[in-house]
Write a protein that binds this ligand. Structure first.
Ligand SMILES: Cc1ncc(COP(=O)(O)O)c(C=O)c1O
Length: 447
């Protein structure tokens, strides 16, 4: 309330380059807030401001404005931490992107497509060859045959697939279940869809689905449940039993399943299972994925949503008015990527396994309690052996005094207290970077 009050006061007395009396006229969006505290602040602005103050304020930029749907969201934690990493020269094991490049054969395919003039708008729901390549990979991975023309929609990364799915299939007031901790875009896109968010918390040590709580939260008002497997930030992979439980509740309550599977190829201990492959689930599932993680090309933002025609319709309607289509040459290059032989994925997993060992062994030596992470390129640890009150305080110390960036996980919970003991590290970095981070922690992090 305090900062909101201050911001509003600034808003009221900062209308630029107007005579004093004009400058005090609140902006239309402020008028709509007919709250007592707004009126008090306005009155105090009138009584205390003088022309000198107005002259100073007039040079300041106008106050930040954001719709109510998004006002509770801050700058994403990844942006904040990456800025701090640069400021303190810290080794960044925070934001989940590789510090090495994607494969040459995919980059060459993009360059070729650009040279061949594949540079104008693509078909809205995808370059036909890419829709077919996505369908072929899905068939190989799940055994399911889908129609590339009717059931695959190419999007600008999985992030847009998530947004298009929410905006295209959720009505205001619909209940949607998500598991905490969750990838941050879920809450924001659900808020943009005016959905009612219901959360179920996955807790350490194994982040298992709490069956009783899940059963309690499901009801006939549930429109959908959103699952992320392998799971960011914990690295958890939903087991067959957990997926079967969720599937039975979806069927019982006639709910949809939205599944984010961007880390499907980073499964270290067990085969990834797609929710869509469970009996009775394809008809009610939107499977979302992207190229970025698997091909170390996170900046390309090529993703897709696979769903039966009746659900693809909603996704495509939203996609049509969000971005309409996505980068044409990158779509062509993605066709080459998805045709990679199995050896590409085997090599990828081998490389990541080596990186993971360096990070996990190192973190244990430093003194963290490290939780098992069967999938993704993240590891979650308990930082409490080092005596900090919460994850934010610990991460600030880690950046400023140790020179390493991690992500505080409390930002991935509706109730930040639930994540206050946990921080996330990524091993999507070259081995020297990982070793350097471990050395810094060994030298400077004291219990
Ligand atoms: C769980 C999850 N889903 C989606 C995304 C975003 O994927 P994309 O870069 O393809 O938009 C990320 C990126 O970190 C992620 O961790």
């Amino acid at each position: 309330m305090q900062s909101r009050g201050v911001a509003l006061r600034e808003a009221i007395i900062s209308s630029p380059a107007l005579p004093f009396s004009e400058g005090l006229k609140p902006k239309p969006h402020i008028c709509k807030l007919n709250k007592p505290w707004v009126r008090t602040i306005m009155a105090s602005a009138v009584s205390t401001a003088n022309s000198e103050q107005v002259a100073v304020k007039a040079q300041e930029p106008p106050p930040l404005q954001v719709s109510r749907r998004l006002e509770k969201f801050k700058t994403t934690i990844f942006t904040q931490m990456s800025i701090l990493a640069v400021k303190h020269g810290a080794v960044n094991l925070g934001q989940g992107f590789p510090n090495f490049d994607g494969p040459e054969f995919v980059k060459e395919a993009a360059i070729k497509a650009i040279r061949e003039g594949k540079n104008q708008y693509a078909r809205g729901y995808g370059v036909p060859e890419l829709n077919s390549a996505v369908a072929a990979r899905f068939k190989k991975d799940t055994g399911l045959t889908v129609d590339p023309e009717k059931e695959v929609t190419v999007t600008s990364g999985c992030t847009e697939a998530i947004a298009a799915t929410m905006l295209g299939l959720i009505n205001p007031g619909d209940e949607v279940i998500i598991f905490s901790p969750f990838y941050d875009s879920y809450q924001a896109t659900l808020s943009m869809s005016d959905a009612k968010i219901k959360t179920v918390t996955l807790r350490p040590p194994d982040f298992a689905v709490p069956e009783k709580e899940l059963r309690e939260v499901f009801s006939e008002n549930t429109r959908a449940i959103l699952i992320n497997t392998p799971h960011n930030p914990t690295g958890k992979m939903f087991s067959q039993k957990e997926l079967e439980l969720i599937a039975s509740l979806c069927i019982e309550n006639d709910a949809l399943a939205f599944t984010d599977e961007v880390y499907d190829k980073l499964a270290f201990e067990a085969e990834h299972i797609s929710m869509a492959s469970l009996p009775g689930m394809y008809e009610r599932t939107v499977t979302m994925n992207s190229l970025g993680k698997t091909f170390s090309l996170t900046g390309w933002k090529i993703g897709w949503a696979i769903a039966p025609p009746h659900l693809s319709w909603g996704v495509r309607q939203a996609h049509s008015y969000l971005t309409f289509s996505t980068s044409t040459p990158m779509q062509w290059a993605s066709v080459a990527a998805l045709q990679a032989p199995d050896s590409y994925y085997e090599e990828l997993l081998k490389d990541y396994r080596a990186k993971k060992n360096i990070l996990v062994d190192g973190l244990k030596t430093v003194g963290f309690k490290v939780y098992d992470s069967p999938g993704t390129y993240f590891v979650v640890v308990d930082h409490t052996p080092f005596g900090f009150d919460n994850d934010i305080a610990f991460c600030e110390h880690l950046i400023e005094k140790v020179g390493v960036v991690a992500i505080p996980t409390s930002v991935f919970y509706v109730d930040p207290n639930e994540g206050k003991n946990l921080v996330r590290f990524t091993f999507a970095k070259d081995e020297d970077t990982l070793k350097q981070a471990i050395e810094r922690m060994k030298a400077n992090l004291k219990r």
